[in-house]
Design a protein around this ligand. Structure first.
Ligand SMILES: *Cc1c(COP(=O)(O)O)cnc(C)c1O
Length: 371
């Protein structure tokens, strides 16, 4: 028996008759207001993917027994659409988000789909809600593709029904007044992920346990927590971002370091873009780019020797987030921050990525125009 693949040509469009007001830019808050429309595609084990629908933003009606409410059959993606100088709407490396979403789906026993077909209907949503894509550097439309299991039964089993949907929220720059470096607290009483676990997948279940350590860090005046793993104190991620350090090595070269994708780290698109751009654009006589394990103790020791140059987190929301200090077991590790805002490489990588996102530079076809 063959079941139907996700087919973008079947898209049914129902436009709103009650258009929302577009909020002024200064009122945009992350993920709080949404566009006029949303996308939905239902799936059943018996028939496969159903008719994709673009319709007015609406509530769901689900049976209280639906498996998503009980066993967290949920995964998501985070990506953004940007308005370029010609007014066209662009997405950044969406093929990577589609690949990652399918990886998460497979791990969560939820159905996979053709990512390019899904992107074609996402493009239609972007065109339908085009007026919600704000203009200007740092402004964008945040897209939240989501997949949930919808089987209305309590048995712990692979869902035989699912819903793939997309909602969109206009957002402003993360750092409205320029970079604002963050202070971190290294968490050593909880772990985010472990070898053989699901930390490398964007499953909703990974986030529920992150809030409490984050709130604890906030109580002590830190804006994020730094996730460590094992007795050795391996550095894994910062909050829900990947993490990078820049060291001045004894041989005169600078080293850009991020932990390797060993299954405990979310494979960020911004992480991959940072590594790719650094390998292509930095002078290899002056720089080494490493994906290697590093511990909090290495960072502490090298900070004391004056060899720690910069540190930053990467993710779609902020692009890069400079780090100014890390507290670990009562000791403070100071990270030098040029001009109190961000280090030179942190600024450079942010500019390289942004100019591709906003279509000012064409790099490896990383930017896709919605049509
Ligand atoms: C989404 C996410 C990231 C960043 O991924 P990007 O693709 O760069 O946005 C990093 N860590 C965690 C835990 C995440 O959920």
């Amino acid at each position: 028996m063959t079941t139907a693949p996700l087919d973008s040509t079947k898209l049914v469009i129902e436009k709103t008759t009650n258009p929302k007001e577009v909020l002024p830019k200064e009122k945009l808050a992350f993920g709080k207001s949404f566009t006029d429309h949303m996308l939905e595609v239902e799936w059943t084990a018996q028939s496969g993917w159903g008719t994709p629908k673009l319709s007015p933003y609406h509530n769901f009606s689900l049976d209280p027994a639906t498996c998503v409410f009980h066993y967290s059959f949920e995964l998501f993606e985070g990506m953004k659409a940007y308005r370029d100088k010609d007014g066209k709407i662009r997405t950044f490396r969406s093929d990577k988000n589609m690949e990652r979403m399918n990886g998460s789906a497979a791990r969560a026993s939820l159905p996979t789909f053709d990512g390019e077909e899904f992107m074609k209907i996402i493009d239609k949503l972007l065109l339908a809600d085009e007026r919600f894509v704000p203009e200007g550097y740092g402004y964008s439309l945040y897209l939240r593709p989501t997949l949930i299991g919808t089987t209305p039964a309590l048995g712990v089993a692979a869902p035989d029904k699912a819903l793939l949907y997309v909602i969109a929220s206009p957002v402003g720059p993360y750092f409205a007044e320029g970079f604002k470096p963050v202070s971190l607290e290294a968490t050593d009483y909880a772990v985010r992920a472990w070898p053989g676990g699901v930390g490398a997948f964007k499953l909703g279940a990974n986030y529920v346990s992150c809030i409490q350590p984050q709130s604890e860090a906030a109580k002590r005046g830190h804006s994020q927590n730094l996730w460590l793993f094992g007795e050795e104190g391996y550095i894994t991620e910062v909050g829900a971002m990947n993490v990078f350090f820049v060291f001045q090595n004894a041989d005169g070269k600078k080293e850009l370091v991020t932990p390797p994708l060993d299954g405990t780290i979310l494979p960020g698109v911004t992480r991959d873009s940072t590594l790719t751009l650094a390998r292509e654009k930095l002078n290899s006589n002056e720089w080494i780019v490493s994906e290697r394990p590093l511990t909090i103790y290495e960072v502490k020791e090298r900070a004391l020797k004056g060899e720690l140059v910069e540190a930053f987190g990467t993710g779609t929301a902020a692009v890069v987030s400079p780090i100014k200090n890390i507290e670990h077991r009562g000791e403070a590790i100071e990270v030098p921050v040029e001009d109190g805002k961000a280090g030179a490489f942190t600024k450079q990588i942010s500019e390289w990525i942004r100019s591709i996102q906003y279509g000012e530079e064409d790099f490896k076809n990383w930017s896709r125009v919605a049509k």
